[in-house]
Structure formats: C-alpha cells, structure tokens
Design a protein around this ligand. Structure first.
Ligand code: FEO
Length: 396
C-alpha cells in the first residue's frame, strides 16, 4: 500500500474494514481514520490520531518511519473520538510530544480525557509551527464538524489536512483518489456529506471559501482517500450538495402494515413514472436512514407514506423522519399519505415533520380507510404526477 504523500510525509492511520455503524450512520463500505506523519529537518509532527482501540496500530505505523521519542508535536485538529480516541495512548508513548490544538479543542479534550499531565500548546487562527523546512499553519473551521474543528496547511507541499471536510467513510487499501474506484469514492463522499456535513453546509462553505485562497496540490481528509488528482470533482460536488441542489428525481418512501400504504405508494410511483424523471420507491423495511437521506438530498420532491398505528405514525417512519429532520435537506416539495382503520392520524403527523423540514407541501395528505379504492389510487397517481412536475421544473 502506497502511504507516502511526499518525501517524509506518510499516512499512518487505520483502515476500519468491518465498521458498519458510525453513530447511526450505516457505513456499508467501512471507514478509515487518517493520521499523518510529517517530518521536517528539525521536528516531526503527527497530524491527528485514530479511534482508541487502534492506537497500537497507529504507533506501529509511526515506528515504521521514526522512533516514538522523535515525535515532537501531535496536532489535534478535532476532538471527536474517531480522531482523538488514541490520543491518551499516543501522548503516553511519545514522551517528547506536545499537543497542538486550539482553545476550544483543549477544553473538549479535557472533558474527554485526563489531560492534566499533557504538554499542550494552544494555537489560534493563522499560527504556525516550524518543523524545519516545513511549516504547519492552523486555520479554524468552526462547526466543520464541531465547534473546535480546525485544519492544518503545509504550504511547502501545498498540502491541506482538511479533517472531516472532503472525507468519505470508505475502507480501501488505496490511499489516493487516482488509485481507488472514483465512482465508489464519490458515492461515499456524497453519503458522507448527506449524513455528516449537510446540517453544517453553511460553515463548511465558508471554510471552503477561506481555504480555497490557499494553493492546494493535495487535500488529505481524516476519512477515506486523499485528493491529489480529482479535487476539482469533490469541490464541484460540494457546491451542489451544499444547496441540497434538486435534480429531476422523485423519492417515495413508506412503511406498510397490511399492504394498503404500499399500494398507494406504488400508484404514486406509477403516476410519477409517466414523466421523464427518476423515481425511487423505498419500503423502509428495505432501506436504512443513511441511504434514504442520501437519496433525499438531491431529489426535487418526495412523498412519505405511513399507516396509522395506535393513533400515530409507524415507528419506523418516525425514526426515518427524525433522522432526516436533524440533517435538514433544504428546498424540497413534499406530501404525505397513508391508510388508517378508524382514526386518520399517521399521515397527518408525518406532514407535521415535513413542515418542520421547511418543505413546500404539495397537497393535503392522501388517506384511505383500510384499503385504497379506485378513487384513492387515482388520487395517488395524480399526486405522483404532481411530484414529477415539481422535478421537471428543475433545470436538467
Ligand atoms: Fe470524523 Fe467529526 O469526526
């Protein structure tokens, strides 16, 4: 595996092939926690660490390049435990190392770990650490992804250690974008954006604007592959994803109890399919929230179906809508539908979620008692056509 970014600059992280859950994000292709070793003529710095259980692997990777006593600085760009979890073990193993982080990160680290004995150097925006012929310069990137997040720039190599920004939960034996399957990388970058970055789209865009003033030859995030040949692609994609830019796509998702809501969903898809738009139909038994929000991020319009269960919506639908509500996809047109037995509550409650997202509601919920009749299925087909019209209104 090629782990060399430039002479004396190495990836020393951990590839987490089996991980399938990242605080609720279903990581179907695993992940990696990227740490980097930068050697100057005078000092050696480690940029970030890995999750706590993989500290030994990180230390072994460092020792492939230098003795642990030679590590002078450990840069902590972000206190989230996927990058700081191994820090206590690394600090203990590297007796000459000082931790470099900003004030908010120092505070966050002290609330995660016993840092009383650590040597910590607090940095602020624009500060630099001279490694001898190589410089590390620090820039705050507040809320990308936590309040203390920062990135580290190495001007001599035009190399940005971009932390979570431009990352992907993607396990691969290839460390660089031009060595890996680019279609898979971009899909995982999109999934990562939808599930991690989307609520912070504005601060990430502001950070990107600031960082694009730098000369960038290589961008090394803390998850997934390093961008050295296709940075233009991920940058362009970030611009689209930032606005949850709608495409000519309709998404219909639902849960069903006795198949009535499924029949309504299928009639809706049939109506939408009459137009030249992409239509995706998901039974929430068969799709996870991670995939669902990724599909919703760039759709133009969507519909959510739920039967009424115990005077409420189906728990699986509530879970999906709660997950989506937190991630805030913007600018969508939507409607709700579903069957009921004796009190129609589920679809109306689902519509309340849509209003909370700020969706433009296309019509009142379509509901039916027990089993949809021909008129109800016609109404569903018509609603599908309305969803498709909303998608067709988007620039192709
Ligand atoms: Fe990859 Fe926000 O941690």
């Amino acid at each position: 595996m090629n782990t060399t970014l430039a002479k004396d600059i190495h990836w020393v992280g951990y590839v987490d092939w089996p991980v399938r859950d990242f605080h609720g994000y279903q990581t179907k292709r695993g992940s990696s926690y990227n740490a980097y070793l930068v050697r100057g003529s005078a000092r050696t710095a480690l940029i970030d660490t890995v999750k706590a259980p993989y500290a030994a692997t990180l230390l072994a990777h460092i020792q492939a390049h230098c003795a642990l006593e030679e590590v002078d600085a450990i840069v902590c760009n972000h206190a989230e435990p996927d990058h700081s979890g191994a820090l206590p073990a690394v600090v203990a193993a590297c007796p000459n190392a000082t931790v470099y982080c900003n004030a908010k990160c120092q505070d966050a680290l002290s609330r995660h770990y016993d840092t009383a004995s650590w040597k910590i150097h607090v940095v602020k925006e624009g500060d630099a650490l001279d490694l001898g012929g190589r410089t590390l310069r620090f820039f705050d990137t507040v809320m990308c992804h936590w309040p203390e997040s920062m990135v580290t720039y190495l001007p001599e190599e035009e190399l940005l250690f971009s932390m979570d920004i431009f990352g992907q939960h993607y396990a691969t034996s290839r460390r660089f974008d031009d060595e890996a399957d680019l279609a898979e990388v971009m899909q995982e970058a999109k999934t990562y954006y939808a599930n991690i970055v989307l609520p912070y789209a504005a601060p990430v865009a502001a950070a990107a604007k600031k960082l694009l003033g730098l000369r960038l030859r290589m961008v090394a995030p803390s998850h997934g592959v390093i961008w050295r040949s296709h940075f233009d692609k991920i940058l362009a994609a970030y611009l689209d994803w930032r606005a949850s830019k709608p495409t000519r796509k309709v998404v219909i998702f639902y849960s069903t109890m006795w198949q009535s809501t499924r029949l309504m969903a299928e009639a809706m898809a049939e109506g939408a399919n009459e137009a030249d738009v992409a239509v995706k139909l998901f039974d929430l038994k068969a799709v996870g929230d991670t995939e669902l929000i990724t599909e919703l991020m760039d759709c133009a319009a969507f519909a959510v179906g739920t039967p009424t269960l115990n005077q409420s919506l189906m728990p699986r639908v509530a879970a999906a809508l709660t997950y989506v509500r937190g991630l805030k996809p913007a600018g969508k047109k939507a409607l709700a539908f579903g069957s009921y037995g004796w009190a129609s509550k589920g679809a109306q409650e689902a519509e309340g979620y849509l209003r909370a997202f700020g969706c433009e509601i296309l019509r009142e919920p379509i509901v039916c008692r027990f089993v949809p009749d021909a008129a109800t299925l016609d109404a569903c087909r018509e609603a599908g056509r309305a969803l498709a019209q909303a998608a067709l209104a988007v620039e192709a």
